[in-house]
Design a binder for this molecule. Structure first.
Ligand code: MG
Length: 383
């Protein structure tokens, strides 16, 4: 039977790949949301004919309402409109591919609506992982990872019990600057940074992959999703992006998932779970791959990786501070206001100056720390 899904952040990189999977697998799409890219959302709405669409940006929503006036598709507006669309939707699974902090409230709305959350928005867990996970548990809602590493870990966890996990092995492509020294990183450019070796992604996450901040966020994400301490998530640089992550058990067996690097596979797995269905993406030719390599990350050249681990251990609003400072620093880097090396300077500086964030656990306090960290990061950018 065909599945009904909803996609939040439908115009971004993961969102558009989710639409590809929906078309290929014949899923019914009954709700779509986006920030303000109304042309792309209009096109998707005409193709998939959802019951409703929502735009986070109010002005974009009213323009889209005019564009879709010849259809019976309801156009909703703002954060409240996204929550309303989720509640109205008949989707069993909602894919949250919203970018950044804006994904948190929609994730909570999906959980409150009692729908399965297929999560591609790692910030939901980085910022407020305890709140998201405990609310999902209370409501009996399943969270299925769409991030490729976490999908691999989720699949690998089918091989043993939680008490039998020794550690999680989180693989990293290493980004475009793997092997470079602190000194060499001082002269890398924006264009160098946006050339990711194996994955095709949006600009923010491509920069986060180059600084290893993305991998750091994934440590926090894994710790929340799978209930292990951040200290038990080991990052291994694996340039080929074929082993997407693994679980090491107490008997020293390592169970992992290998496939071509293709997000559509993770999206399909999350929607069809617990079934496995015929692939819409390419098969892995092991002979063509030939060899797989594994190396340690350099904590000196890429200090944000260990800062994220610390934030995972510190807990409370620490992840919110880390994420907010990084969003501001990366934006400044993309606008060529600061250098690549400045990203870690700004994020570390903001984190250190707000170290009491770890004592705050309410959603209100977390959002307040998010706002304060943005101001602090902006101050550090100007220095
Ligand atoms: Mg990933």
């Amino acid at each position: 039977m065909s599945k009904t899904i909803a996609i939040l952040g439908a115009t971004g990189s993961v969102g558009s790949q989710a639409l590809d999977v929906a078309a290929a697998r014949g899923y019914k799409v009954d709700f779509l949301s986006a920030n303000k890219d109304l042309r792309t959302l209009e096109e998707a709405a005409r193709k998939f004919r959802p019951r409703a669409v929502a735009m986070a940006d109010g002005k974009a929503a009213s323009e889209l309402r005019t564009l879709l006036a010849d259809t019976n598709i309801k156009v909703l507006s703002g954060e409240g409109g996204i929550a309303e669309g989720i509640a109205l939707s008949e989707a069993e699974t909602v894919i949250n591919a919203t970018l950044g902090k804006a994904g948190l409230v929609p994730s909570l709305a999906v959980i409150d609506a009692g729908k399965t959350l297929a999560l591609a928005n790692k910030e939901s867990l980085v910022i407020a992982g305890d709140i998201v996970m405990s609310r999902a548990k209370e409501r009996g809602v399943e969270i299925l990872p769409v991030d490729s590493e976490h999908s691999a870990i989720f699949q690998s966890l089918k091989s043993g019990k939680h008490s039998e996990i020794k550690r999680i092995i989180l693989t990293a492509s290493g980004g475009p600057f793997f092997g470079k020294s602190v000194e060499e990183l001082r002269s890398v450019t924006l264009a160098d940074t946006l050339a990711h070796p194996t994955w095709k992604m949006g600009r923010k996450i491509t920069v986060d992959s180059a600084t290893l901040m993305n991998k750091g966020f994934e440590i926090i994400e894994a710790a929340h999703l799978f209930g292990v301490g951040a200290d038990r998530v080991k990052v291994v640089v694996h340039r080929e992006s074929i082993l997407h992550s693994a679980v090491e058990y107490i008997d020293n067996c390592i169970v992992g998932e290998l496939s071509v690097p293709d997000m559509r596979m993770c999206i399909q797995y999350a929607v069809d779970y617990p079934e496995r269905c015929v692939a819409t993406s390419a098969e892995l030719d092991l002979f063509a791959v030939g060899a797989l390599t594994f190396q340690a990350p350099d904590p000196v050249a890429f200090p944000l990786l260990e800062l994220a681990r610390r934030a995972g251990e510190d807990g409370g609003a620490s992840g919110a501070v880390l994420n907010a400072a990084d969003e501001i620093a990366v934006e400044a880097f993309l606008n060529e206001r600061i250098s690549f090396s400045d990203i870690s300077r700004v994020v570390i500086g903001a984190y250190e100056s707000l170290s009491d964030a770890k004592n705050e656990h309410s959603l209100e306090a977390i959002l307040e720390y998010d706002a304060v960290a943005r101001v602090k990061a902006e101050e550090l950018i100007k220095k």
